[in-house]
Design a binder for this molecule. Structure first.
Ligand code: AVI
Length: 325
């Protein structure tokens, strides 16, 4: 049986509105990424993961298939917690291997999307009757403290979702995770790597237009919940590689100067012609820089595995031992 441990959904909405107001008044204007993941957005993201151009899930899958036994041996995890679990596709590999290894007792998926989470938690509970499934509807940037304690915990944050955080948010999350980890716990991160710009651009500009529909859905979601007047035809979709920041910059450009109102936020928002509206970034990483970031946050990369093409990495991290403690 799957149980829903905590639902922080309602409390979190105020913070989302606050962040939306803040983001839309910033330069460049930006919507918080969370608007992408309503029920329809989560379904569209599922479709993205099956697109031929979107290599990320397959690369991660290749690594996890090859390395799951090693991960089980190294971590001996009794609890697997997955942040941003969504439909928990790649998690099954870990559940199978950790389950077969014999140490795993609990699976704790944490995700903002209550519906997607409930459905996947129930499917997993039915498929793994010996593992207790305790779902948490929450935001990994705010709710890490809700993860149950005790045993040897493996916290997984897969799919390179870490790349969707801005550098300051990423530093905060890594620091929070370092603080959350007990000495026997570990953190498993899926990390997309810097590569040829053309392949990156292709991954976020698929010819079927699924990624565009996914990003446009954020405007629809904002219109519905915030009584806003974003008109799709007045915005052109744009996903481009920024070589300086080393991230995909994903969102829109206003096709003409116009004003959008967001009644629920009391905001009138003027767009100039060609002005950008960012919906997400997707950072790509290099090993050395990532290890440095992790170390600054108090984490040590204990293992680093890539797929055979070198497109993607899975890293196992532990809390950096502080001398004398
Ligand atoms: C969830 N996340 C890792 C995806 C990415 O690649 O940054 C979200 C996405 N946006 C457009 N396509 C996929």
């Amino acid at each position: 049986m799957a149980s829903l441990v905590v639902d922080t959904g309602a409390a979190g909405r105020e913070a989302v509105y606050e962040a939306t107001l803040h983001g839309l008044q910033a330069d460049p204007k930006a919507l918080p990424t969370i608007w992408l993941y309503d029920e329809r957005g989560s379904r569209l993201y599922e479709r993205i993961t099956r697109l031929p151009e979107y290599y990320l899930p397959r690369s991660e899958d290749e690594i996890l298939r090859a390395r799951a036994p090693e991960i089980a041996r190294l971590t001996q995890a009794s609890m697997l917690a997955e942040l941003g679990a969504g439909s928990a596709n790649n998690t099954r590999l870990l559940l199978d291997t950790l389950g077969a290894f014999g140490t795993l007792e609990r699976f704790v998926p944490l995700d903002v999307s209550g519906q997607a989470l409930q459905a996947s938690a129930q499917t997993i509970a039915a498929a793994y009757p010996r593992i207790a499934v305790e779902a948490i509807v929450g935001d990994f940037e705010r709710d890490l403290g809700l993860l149950p304690r005790g045993g040897r915990r493996l916290i997984a944050f897969l799919g390179s979702t870490i790349g969707n955080l801005y550098p300051d948010q990423r530093a905060t999350l890594l620091t929070d995770l370092a603080a959350e980890l007990e000495p026997h716990d570990s953190l498993l991160l899926g990390i997309d790597l810097v590569k040829d710009a053309a392949r990156l651009q292709a991954a976020y500009n698929d010819p079927q237009g699924v990624t565009e529909a996914f990003v446009r859905n954020a405007l629809t979601a904002v219109n519905l919940e915030l009584d806003a007047t974003f008109e799709q035809q007045r915005f052109a979709y744009e996903a481009r590689w920024d070589p300086e920041e080393e991230w995909m910059d994903i969102g829109f450009r206003a096709r003409e100067a116009h004003t959008v109102s967001l009644s629920r936020l009391g905001l009138e928002l003027a767009f100039e012609e060609a002005e950008a509206l960012r919906v997400e970034i997707s950072s790509k990483f290099r090993r050395e820089r990532f290890e440095h970031e992790a170390a600054t946050a108090g984490l040590r990369v204990a293992s680093w595995w890539t797929d055979h093409a070198g497109d993607f990495a899975v890293a196992l991290l532990v809390r950096e031992r502080i001398a004398g403690s």
